[in-house]
Design a protein around this ligand. Structure first.
Ligand SMILES: CC(C)(COP(=O)(O)OP(=O)(O)OC[C@H]1O[C@@H](n2cnc3c(N)ncnc32)[C@H](O)[C@@H]1OP(=O)(O)O)[C@@H](O)C(=O)NCCC(=O)NCCS
Length: 252
C-alpha cells in the first residue's frame, strides 16, 4: 500500500543529458572545478547551506532557505527535473547552483549561492548553469529572477536579460526575466569561461569529497544587528548575550 502511494508522490524525472564538468583559473590563481552533483551527494551540500540561514546580509538567509528546501526535496524525490552543480576549489565547496527543466525548450533557473566571496565564483557558477540550459539541454530560453541587488547586477544587468513580466516565476511568483539563446551567445566571449576536459587529478579531487568552505559568509558577531526583529526594545537580552560572548558576567 505505502509502496503504491510512493509511486504517486514521487515525480518521474525526465532524462536529461549530464553536465560535462569544466575547470578554470580564478583571479586568485586557484583552479576551480564545476561539476554536476549526484543525488547521493546532496547531504554533503546541505550541511554547508544550513549555517547560511542565519546570515541576513545580501539575502543569504532567503536564498539559502530556498536552496535548502529545493535540495532536500530533490534528495527525497519530491522535486521535478532538478539538477545541481557545485563549484569546488581544491575540493572545497565554493558555490552551488541549481535549476530545472520545465520542458524541452524552457529552463527555470532556481538559485546561485556563493560560499566564497570576492572571486566571482557565483558569477562563474551562474554562467555554467546557463551553458547547461542552452548548450546541453537545448533550451531556447531560461526564466530567471533575482532575490538580491547583487544578483540583479550580476544577471539582469550583465546579461541584459529581457523582461517576461507576464510570467510569474516559480520562485515566489514574482515577474520573470529571461536569458535567450541570442543573449547567451552575446555574453559568451566575456562572461562564460572554462575548459574541458578537466584534468583527472582535479576532477578526482573534486569527486573525492565536498570539503567545507574555508571562509563562508557568517552572521555578524554583534547580535544587536538582529534587534529589530525581536521583542527586546531595550536590547538588554542581546547585551547580555554580547557580554557572555566577551566572557563577562552580564551584571556590570
Ligand atoms: C549573488 C552571488 C551569487 C554573486 O556571487 P559572486 O559573483 O561570487 O560575487 P560576490 O558575492 O563574491 O561579490 C559581489 C560583490 O560584492 C562584493 N563583496 C561583497 N562581500 C564581499 C566579501 N566578503 N569579500 C569580497 N567581496 C565582497 C564584491 O567585491 C563584488 O563586487 P563587484 O560586483 O563590484 O564585483 C552571491 O553574492 C551570493 O551568493 N549572494 C547571496 C545569495 C544570492 O543573492 N544569490 C543570487 C540570488 S538571485
Amino acid at each position: 500500500m505505502s509502496v503504491d502511494l510512493e509511486k504517486i508522490l514521487r515525480p518521474v524525472d525526465t532524462p536529461m543529458k549530464p553536465y560535462e564538468p569544466k575547470y578554470m583559473m580564478l583571479a586568485s590563481g586557484e583552479a576551480v572545478v564545476v561539476r554536476q552533483v549526484e543525488r547521493d551527494e546532496i547531504p554533503d551540500l546541505l550541511k554547508h547551506v544550513e549555517p547560511l540561514l542565519h546570515v541576513e546580509r545580501d539575502f543569504y538567509d532567503v536564498v539559502s532557505a530556498r536552496v535548502y528546501s529545493e535540495l532536500l526535496a530533490h534528495y527525497k524525490h519530491r522535486y521535478q527535473d532538478q539538477y545541481v552543480l557545485a563549484v569546488q576549489i581544491d575540493g572545497e565547496l565554493a558555490a552551488i547552483v541549481n535549476g530545472r527543466q520545465v520542458n524541452s525548450k524552457l529552463g527555470m533557473s532556481l538559485h546561485t549561492l556563493a560560499l566564497r566571496r570576492g572571486l566571482r565564483v557565483g558569477a562563474h557558477a551562474f554562467a555554467a548553469k546557463m551553458e547547461y540550459h542552452i548548450d546541453t539541454l537545448g533550451h531556447d530560453e531560461v526564466l530567471i529572477v533575482a532575490e538580491s541587488p547583487i544578483g540583479f547586477r550580476r544577471w539582469m544587468i550583465e546579461y541584459k536579460l529581457e523582461k517576461r513580466f507576464h510570467i510569474p516565476h516559480e520562485l515566489g511568483g514574482v515577474p520573470s526575466w529571461a536569458l535567450t539563446r541570442d543573449l547567451f551567445d552575446r555574453a559568451r566571449s566575456s562572461l562564460v569561461v572554462g575548459r574541458r576536459p578537466v584534468p583527472d587529478d582535479l576532477l578526482d579531487k573534486a569527486k573525492e569529497a565536498i570539503l567545507p568552505p574555508s571562509d563562508p559568509p557568517t552572521p555578524p558577531l554583534d547580535p544587536l544587528a538582529a534587534t529589530r526583529s525581536m521583542y527586546d526594545p531595550t536590547a538588554s537580552s542581546l547585551m547580555r548575550q554580547r557580554w557572555e560572548m566577551e566572557g563577562r558576567s552580564g551584571d556590570a
